[in-house]
Ligand binder design. Structure first.
Ligand code: LRH
Ligand code: MN
Ligand code: MN
Length: 427
């Protein structure tokens, strides 16, 4: 299944006049505030969000999994799915693999397929939170932090193997997320667990190619519920600082305790130059992995306000950070859901670009709390969707990606090709 450019053009032609009216209106509105819509559109075009290979199928919970049809049955089909997304929105130009869920057996062919669809390979992810078939030692009681040196060695070797796979694909980073921790008080020593993990990470760090990075992801709970070895951004930063300049902190939105001020975490990490990037998702309770922006769009906007600020201060472009979606789809079509997530990310980014930083600083300097809030909310309450649509259109994508996805019947075509009952690997 492929979406041809002529299908996108036809679709856009049908929507163009209405879209143009909205875009011109928005442009004028922003112009009155001294904002150049074209510059925002350009920044949106440059913002690429990686798609995880494990989010292309229907996810489940421990209570069940209701598979959709036409799910990708192989790495190749997953790459094709990301190709479909990228053709539609031109903003999903890379795929992130989780090893061993997705092993590139024939890397040359895999690269060829990806580049024929305009895709590259984002960070590779290691998996020491599950036992695999034929695995010698179990991760039941941890991996990089395990009390048994043999288990730690096995987990280190797995990470080094993942780096090797990534090198073959042109990835430039390894993402490490550990489920290590304890479920009950007394079960493990916090200090020993930290120190073992540090030693293990140091071995992995030493195996990183010169131009690689390691991203250290934290999570407050789950599957361990009493303690997690890398529980928060502070622990993660501590590991990174001890490891060296090639290690940065990865923020997954669902990995915080309730009501955490994630935008402040982002600001601090950026101030220290240690933010690797993001795993975007949304949640009502915890690591729900829901569609980005579906529950707390204002929080996402506030995070982007800090991201934009941090990027400007560091004089770094958006492409120097790792942006990825980390989601699960229990009730929606995974591809439609991912299109919605990417759109939500771009909307928040666009809104953050509208914030009048000078006025905000001015308001802060005289403690004008009301005005400061108004400046942020004025940006948040602006309808920037015409800017996002224009960015996708100018990049060769669809004005309404989900609309076109449905119009050309992508899912039923995929079901014809792949079958009605398919189960993709992943969460
Ligand atoms: C853990 C996590 C981590 C894993 C992915 C599958 O909750 O966010 O990033 O690699 O999910
Ligand atoms: Mn994650
Ligand atoms: Mn998660």
């Amino acid at each position: 299944m492929k979406i041809e450019q002529y299908q996108i053009d036809q679709h856009n032609d049908g929507l163009l006049s209405s879209h143009n009216n909205q875009y011109v209106y928005t442009k004028e509105l922003l112009g009155e505030q001294g904002i150049y819509a074209d510059e925002v559109v350009k920044a949106l075009q440059d913002f690429q969000v990686a798609i995880p290979s494990w989010a292309l199928g229907t996810g489940g919970t421990r209570f069940g999994r209701f598979s959709g049809g036409g799910e990708p049955r192989s790495l190749e089909e997953k790459i094709e799915d990301v190709g479909l997304l990228h053709a539609l929105n031109r903003s999903s130009g890379s795929i992130s693999l989780h090893i061993p869920w997705d092993i590139p057996e024939q890397p040359k062919e895999t690269i060829q397929l990806a580049s024929s669809l305009g895709l590259t390979f984002d960070a590779v992810n290691s998996n020491t939170f599950q036992d695999q078939k034929n695995q010698e030692l179990s991760y039941k009681f941890g991996s990089l932090s395990h009390v048994d040196a043999g288990v730690r060695k096995q987990a280190v070797n797995h990470n080094i193997e993942v780096i090797k796979y990534g090198e073959q694909l042109g990835s430039k980073a390894l993402s490490v997320w550990l489920s290590d921790g304890s479920c009950f008080p007394g079960q493990s020593s916090f200090v020993k667990a930290f120190q073992y993990t540090l030693e293990s990470l140091q071995e992995i760090y030493a195996a990183l190619p010169d131009d690689w990075k390691v991203y250290v992801e934290y999570k407050a709970y789950e599957p361990n519920f009493y303690s997690t070895v890398i529980q928060d951004w502070g622990s993660s930063l501590l590991f990174c600082q001890k490891l060296g300049p090639k290690a940065d902190v990865l923020v997954d939105l669902g990995h915080h305790l309730p009501n955490a001020n994630i935008e402040q975490i982002v600001a601090t990490l950026m101030m220290e130059g240690r933010l690797a990037g993001f795993h975007f998702n949304d949640s009502k309770y915890g690591d729900d992995d829901l569609t980005v922006g579906s529950i707390r769009p204002y929080m996402l906007f506030l995070i982007f306000v800090e991201l934009v600020d941090g990027m400007r201060r560091a004089n770094r472009g958006s492409s120097s950070y790792a942006w990825m979606i980390d989601a699960s789809h229990n009730v929606k079509d995974p591809l439609e859901d991912l299109l919605q997530s990417v759109e939500a990310i771009l909307i928040s980014y666009a809104e953050a670009l509208l914030v009048d930083r000078k006025k905000l600083e001015q308001a802060r300097s005289v403690n004008d709390v009301v005005l400061a809030q108004q400046i942020l909310q004025n940006a948040f309450r602006t309808d920037v969707r015409p800017l996002v649509r224009e960015a996708m259109r100018q990049s060769g994508g669809a004005i309404d990606p989900v609309g076109l996805f449905r119009q050309v019947g992508v899912r039923s075509e995929l079901m014809n090709e792949r079958g009605k009952i398919t189960v993709a690997t992943g969460l």
